[in-house]
Structures are given as structure tokens and as C-alpha cells.
Design a protein. Structure first.
Length: 599
């Protein structure tokens, strides 16, 4: 008997749980990686005892099913989790939203009313047809007298008119009901879009619950439809001041759900990378047929080298501020409010969101008067608000760097980049100029940063604002081996550079089977600025990889010569309005029946 009773209860519970329970998840936090995001969502649902099917809406359109984690109370056992974009069920109508349910109920009632009106119209139509078919009441052998005929005619007229008027009223009623049905369908569509805009993703959970009531669920998963990349604003007013670097991020996502007021964490990690340690296979050598490759590149390594170089307070019930001290603060005797060093008002302090306040200090009595004069005699409230860096905490792990942001952000699912401010950093820098006139006849200002690893910089693009003007973009690459990070701060038009060929010192000679060419260049630099400048100047002479081609450096212009790369380097100091001239010369000798196309 007991077994039968238990079986009956289980069957009843399962039968009761056949109808899915709909709920909508809300995005609580997001950890965004360079090419993915881990979303943390929450929802609550009213569960009966026994097994239930829960359909969770408002999840990402595409997600990694292997990463789905469901957090539930100990009284709830999650039997299975399935992700789908095409949930089909006879109980698919969502009853969880009261507004949607009300509109659906109204649509059902109006549809029933329209059906009734259509039935009444049909009855009237058939009755009218019956009357019209039986108009011939008189005839040759009917024997009806005039009086009886008049009665029949009056009845027909009265009934026909009554039915026609009723039909007209029913038509008007049907028209109004149809219009109302259209409005309700439009309202239902708008409510549905508001409830769940474009997300087609749903999680279908099979659960078993021990205690009936409201249950909170935590949902975690990884989706690839989100990304972020770092970028920077580099601001400096002169070469004598540090760089004010604003560390930012561009966050975008197309998960199908809008992130509203979420806590953001940005990570340099990659959750999708292969974490399996590599294995070495046997390495076999084999022959290939050689191919002759002709290249017209002048000197790739040289170009890369040159371009890289160039680059006690409380509020009362009326929300008034009071200070505990020698005096009481009344409506006519208020304390002085100072916000971030500026004298302000109590009203301005009331409007500050609590999460933006970093600290509040109270100065009482004579000290307030000594610091702020008579206006501080009744006490001073010193409010310090959070700056950009106060909202972001940086965590450096073994494998990545993450930025935890306290400010809640809205990131819409439209694929557009949302700018997120991370931190403001003062970078002590030493400045110097750089020029490689063989490639570009303009001077570049370089800012050199020592011990840059402590700033947790990531590779990214940077806007340059120098002396209050936007001068262009540069790239920051902290993944280098040098001890010093060089930031290109743009071109300086006040430094003139010329590189001209000296014709009378250049020329070609033919010696038996060889051709000999001499090249001489003058490099002229002028400092048109009002202060001294330090400059690194680079040029080059060609190198040979063929024994028949010989190259002699005739004049290095007192440069530091790198014989392995052919790079000539000068470290120069130019006073205001000073001009310097440097000459370099080299000779190339090669067979006269050959042609060098990149000389």
C-alpha cells in the first residue's frame, strides 16, 4: 500500500510538472576577455515540490554549452541542462510576465466576442435569404384577399428592416472588435520585445525540488560574442612634464542581450586557448626542389629598424547634514561644504551618489575658521570623491592581468565599441627627438619610460595630445625585451631636416670589368624651437651579400657605426636656432655587366 501511495505521489508530481515554468535571467556581472566573455546571470522562480521543467530566457544567443554552470540551493537538484534557440512546446505561452498574460487574456476574450458576432451575422443573413425566397405569397389560386395580403407585406417589411439594421449593427461591432484585436496584438508584440528583445537563446532545466517556494538560481557560462581591446590617451603639455596616460578599453558585444548596470571585469586572458602542453614528434628531413625567388625589397631589416624607432557626519529625516560638536547646525547656521577642494553647497553634496564618495572629513571649531575664515566657523565638511583610478583595481596573475571596475556599465548588444575608463597614470618620461631622414624627413618626439612593466600596460593604440592639440595616433607595445619603452609622441614641425645628395662628390666610374659608384649626402638639421633638444639621428649605408659586390664607407660623419646592420647613429644636442650639417659618403663596386636595382 505504501509503495502504491509513493508511486501515485511521484506520478502526480510529474504530471503537475509537465507544464514548463518560464523565467527571465538578468546579467549581474561580466568578465570580458579579448575574444570572449564569461557572463554571470541570476533569476528566481517559484517551484512546486517534485520535478519541474524551467525555461530560462534572456541568455546569450550563442554560448559554449560545456561551460554552463547552474548554482542552486541544496534543496534543488539540477537533473539536466540544455541550451536551445528553438524551444517548442504546447505550453510555450509565457505566463511569467503579468503584463503579457493580461494582454493574452484580453486577446482571447476579444476573439471569442468576434466569433459570436460572426455567428449572429450568419443567422441574420440566412433569415433574410429565407424571407427573400418566400416573397411570392399571392397567386392565381391563393384565395388571399387584399387585407390578408397587406398584413403579409407589412410583416415582411418590418422583419426585413429589423434584420438588416441588426446586421449593420453587428458589422460595426465586428469592425470595432477587429480594430481592438489589432491593437492588442501590437501591444503584445511590444511587451514581448521589451521583455526579451532579440535573444533567442534559452536554457531548459530539469530540476527536482524538495521544498516548495521561490528559488534563486545563479547562471554562469562563456560566450564568444564579446571582446575588448585596450587603448590610451597620451597627454602632455611640454617636454618638461610627465605624460598623463588615460588607460581605456573598448568593449563590444553581440550576445543578443543588453548588459544593463553590470559589474565589468576586463581580462587579458583567453578562456578558449588550448591548455594542453605540446608534445614533440619525430623530425624527419626531406628534399624539396629549389625555386629562384627575386625580391625588390631594399633592405627589410633596415626599414623595420627605422620605422620601429620612429614610432562623523549623518543625515536626519529631512536629509539635512548635521555635525556633532561644540555647536549645533541649524537651518540658518550651516556648515561649509568643500568638495574636492572647491567650496560648494549642502545641496550639491546631497546630489552626489554614495558610490562616488571616497571619504568625508569634519573640521570643527577654531580649526575650520583658521582654514576657511568666517565661512568655516560653523564647521567644515570636506568631501573627497573617487577619481578614475579609485574605481578600478588591477590584479596581476601569473598568466594574465584583470581590471575590476566598480562603476556599473551599460553595454548594449549592437556590436559598437563602448569606451570604458580604467585608470589614469602619471608616467615620468624623458624626452628626445628621433629622425631617420632616409625614410622620413621629419623629426619625431619620443618619450622614454623606464620600469614600465609596473604599469600593467597591454598592446594597443594611443591618441596623442601634445600641447593641447591632437597630433595623431601611435602604438604601445610593452611586449618587448628592451628596458626602456619608447612612445612616439608625433612629429615636430619646428625641427627642419634635409637630406640632399652632393652632386660633385658623387658619380660613376668604369674600371675594366667593374663599375664603381660613389654616393655622398649632406644631412642638415635646424632647431627652430626656443629650448635645447636632444636628438637621435639615424642613417645607413648598404651591405653586400655577394662576394662580387664590395662596399666602402668613405665618411661616417663621426657616427656610431654598426657594421652588421649598416646603421649610422648620432646623439646630438641642438641649441635654439642652431644648425648642424653632417656628411656621409660610401662607394659601391660591382661587375659592370650587372644591374643593382635597389641602389
Amino acid at each position: 500500500m505504501k509503495k502504491f501511495l509513493l508511486f501515485s505521489l511521484l506520478v502526480s508530481a510529474m504530471a503537475f510538472a509537465q507544464k514548463p515554468i518560464f523565467t527571465s535571467a538578468k546579467v549581474k556581472a561580466a568578465t570580458v576577455y579579448f575574444n570572449a566573455a564569461e557572463l554571470q546571470q541570476t533569476t528566481s522562480v517559484n517551484l512546486p515540490v517534485g520535478t519541474s521543467e524551467i525555461v530560462i530566457k534572456n541568455v546569450a544567443d550563442y554560448l559554449n554549452e560545456n561551460t554552463i554552470q547552474i548554482g542552486a540551493p541544496s534543496s534543488v537538484t539540477v537533473l539536466s541542462v540544455q541550451f536551445t534557440q528553438n524551444y517548442i512546446s504546447e505550453y510555450q505561452i509565457d505566463e511569467s510576465n503579468p503584463a503579457i498574460k493580461k494582454v493574452r487574456d484580453s486577446i482571447t476574450l476579444v476573439q471569442k466576442e468576434i466569433k459570436k458576432v460572426q455567428i449572429d451575422k450568419m443567422s441574420n443573413t440566412k433569415t433574410i435569404e429565407l424571407l427573400d425566397k418566400n416573397q411570392m405569397v399571392g397567386g392565381a389560386n391563393t384565395g388571399l384577399n387584399v387585407l390578408e395580403l397587406m398584413k403579409v407585406a407589412d410583416y415582411y417589411k418590418t422583419k426585413r428592416t429589423e434584420l438588416s439594421n441588426a446586421y449593420t449593427i453587428l458589422e460595426e461591432k465586428e469592425s470595432k472588435l477587429t480594430l481592438r484585436l489589432q491593437n492588442l496584438n501590437t501591444k503584445l508584440e511590444l511587451n514581448t520585445q521589451k521583455e526579451d528583445k532579440s535573444s533567442e537563446g534559452k536554457l531548459v532545466l530539469q530540476v527536482m525540488n524538495e521544498i516548495a517556494g521561490v528559488v534563486n538560481l545563479d547562471i554562469n557560462y562563456i560566450t564568444n560574442n564579446a571582446s575588448w581591446k585596450p587603448f590610451y590617451d597620451l597627454r602632455t603639455e611640454s617636454v618638461k612634464e610627465p605624460i598623463n596616460m588615460i588607460y581605456k578599453a573598448q568593449v563590444s558585444q553581440t550576445t543578443g542581450i543588453d548588459w544593463k548596470k553590470v559589474k565589468l571585469t576586463l581580462s587579458s586572458g583567453n578562456p578558449n586557448q588550448n591548455n594542453q602542453a605540446p608534445q614533440l614528434d619525430t623530425w624527419f628531413l626531406r628534399y624539396i626542389h629549389p625555386m629562384r625567388v627575386i625580391t625588390q625589397a631594399a633592405n627589410p631589416s633596415l626599414s623595420e629598424d627605422l620605422v620601429t624607432g620612429a614610432m562623523g557626519i549623518k543625515r536626519n529625516e529631512s536629509n539635512q547634514v548635521t555635525i556633532r560638536g561644540a555647536r549645533s547646525i541649524s537651518a540658518n547656521d550651516k556648515p561649509l561644504v568643500v568638495i574636492d577642494g572647491q567650496v560648494s553647497t549642502d545641496e550639491a553634496m546631497k546630489q552626489l551618489p554614495p558610490e562616488t564618495i571616497k571619504s568625508v572629513n569634519v573640521i570643527k571649531g577654531q580649526q575650520g575658521g583658521a582654514l576657511y575664515g568666517e565661512q568655516g566657523a560653523n564647521g567644515v565638511i570636506v568631501v573627497t570623491t573617487k577619481q578614475m583610478g579609485d574605481y578600478t583595481s588591477i590584479n596581476e596573475n601569473q598568466l594574465n592581468v584583470s581590471f575590476d571596475i566598480d562603476i556599473p556599465y551599460d553595454i548594449l548588444s549592437n556590436g559598437k565599441a563602448h569606451s570604458v575608463a580604467l585608470k589614469e597614470i602619471k608616467l615620468p618620461a624623458s624626452y628626445k627627438y628621433y629622425a631617420a631622414p632616409r625614410v622620413d624627413k621629419e623629426a619625431f618626439l619620443l618619450a622614454e619610460i623606464n620600469d614600465y612593466s609596473k604599469y600593467n600596460l597591454l598592446p594597443g593604440e594611443a591618441n596623442i595630445i601634445f600641447e593641447g592639440l591632437y597630433v595623431g595616433k601611435t602604438n604601445i607595445n610593452p611586449n618587448q625585451t628592451a628596458d626602456t619603452l619608447s612612445l612616439s609622441m608625433g612629429r615636430d614641425k619646428k625641427i627642419s631636416i634635409k637630406r640632399e645628395k652632393v652632386v660633385d662628390k658623387s658619380g660613376t666610374k668604369f674600371l675594366s670589368s667593374y663599375k664603381e659608384q660613389t654616393f655622398t649626402y649632406d644631412i642638415t638639421l635646424r632647431n627652430n624651437k626656443k629650448e635645447d633638444i636632444q636628438m637621435t639621428l639615424k642613417d645607413q649605408y648598404p651591405l653586400s651579400t655577394d662576394k662580387d659586390i664590395t662596399i666602402d664607407l668613405l665618411d661616417d660623419g663621426k657616427a656610431k657605426v654598426n657594421a652588421e646592420t649598416g646603421i649610422l647613429t648620432w646623439e646630438l644636442k641642438l641649441a635654439p636656432n642652431e644648425t648642424k650639417k653632417i656628411r656621409i659618403s660610401y662607394k659601391v663596386r660591382y661587375p659592370k655587366d650587372k644591374v643593382i636595382d635597389n641602389l
